[in-house]
Design a binder for this molecule. Structure first.
Ligand code: XIL
Length: 298
């Protein structure tokens, strides 16, 4: 195969990218994105502040621009994200308690109704765990009660029964980390109690030298063994080491339930951390060594 999407499809997987609506008029960008990828995540446009800027008033203009571009070009869309402590609109930041809990439920219902039956995977809850101790992150949502995550998942299941519902986070790559174990134990608990959860997204924002570890495959396998799909959802690697990229691809391919990989942007110049040149295409849209490494590994 000569593109990332076609190469991933050889094993029944997808290869995706984050797309920014502000770049859909850049033909260098859209040419690469259309050619190489068969899954799309809106980089910001489906987040809470974008889709419900005023309480109860939904706005899907930019989200739909991305959704329509993807579908018109034969791609699927991962939904990102319904409940998160970050990129909340001001009105939500100022809520607490039962009012915030109900606002979260209403938000999930409003966004999922708009895309009902159209989005195969939703990141229902994003980044809910603390970075160091394996417990929950302190946030306004967490302060509504420890059951907020399962309420979000149950709400999402009822809103769109066809969507696979994912928990998504970063720094859950290394099997030995407390945060990884905290998320693992939550998923295990949800499965044992029948709380609807179908997938775990590992964001994959790796720093050079440190974060990628050979036990990554163990982490993917361990989550999958709980009976959920796993996906690498926001991959970027500081410095774009070809070896690291190939190792990550090989780890996904080694796990039957690793359904696909999404990189967090097209060209280095599109990246949220562009100074680290973490992506597969340079600022001019040329394929980097890491691109070839990924294509060959797929
Ligand atoms: C980032 C976007 O790339 C930026 O454009 C935005 O300013 C902040 O959010 N984890 C996530 C993503 O789940 O939504 C974040 O995306 C990166 C970290």
């Amino acid at each position: 195969a000569s593109t990332l999407g076609a190469a991933a499809a050889q094993s029944g997987r997808y290869f995706g990218t984050a797309i920014s609506s502000s770049r859909l008029g850049d033909s260098n960008y859209t040419t690469i994105a259309n050619r190489e990828f068969n899954m799309v995540t809106a980089e910001n446009e489906m987040k809470i502040d974008a889709t419900e800027p005023n309480q109860g008033q939904f706005n899907f203009n930019n989200a739909d621009r991305i959704y329509n571009w993807a579908v018109q070009n034969g791609k699927q869309v991962r939904g990102h994200t319904l409940a998160w402590h970050s990129q909340q609109p001001g009105w939500m930041q100022s809520l607490s308690g039962s009012a915030l809990r109900q606002a979260m439920i209403n938000h999930i219902n409003g966004v999922m109704a708009h895309y009902k039956g159209k989005i195969p995977y939703w990141d229902v809850v994003n980044e809910a765990f603390d970075d160091s101790n394996g417990g929950r992150r302190d946030s306004n949502l967490q302060r509504t009660g420890n059951d907020w995550i399962e309420v979000a998942f149950r709400t999402a299941r009822a809103a769109d029964p066809a969507a696979k519902l994912c928990y998504n986070d970063y720094n859950i790559d290394n099997w030995t980390w407390a945060k990884t174990q905290g998320v693992y134990n939550m998923v295990k608990d949800f499965k044992s109690r029948g709380v609807p959860i179908d997938c775990v997204g590992l964001q994959g924002h790796f720093n050079s030298g440190s974060a990628y570890n050979s036990n990554y495959r163990t982490t993917l396998q361990s989550f999958a063994a709980l009976g959920v799909d796993v996906a690498i959802t926001e991959l970027d690697v500081e410095g774009a080491s070809s070896t690291t990229y190939a190792n990550i691809v090989n780890d996904c391919l080694a796990v039957a339930r690793c359904v696909g990989i999404t990189v967090w942007g097209v060209r280095d110049s599109d990246s949220w951390r562009s100074s680290q040149t973490p992506l597969l295409f340079d600022g001019n849209g040329n394929k980097k060594a890491a691109y070839t490494s990924v294509l060959n590994a797929l």
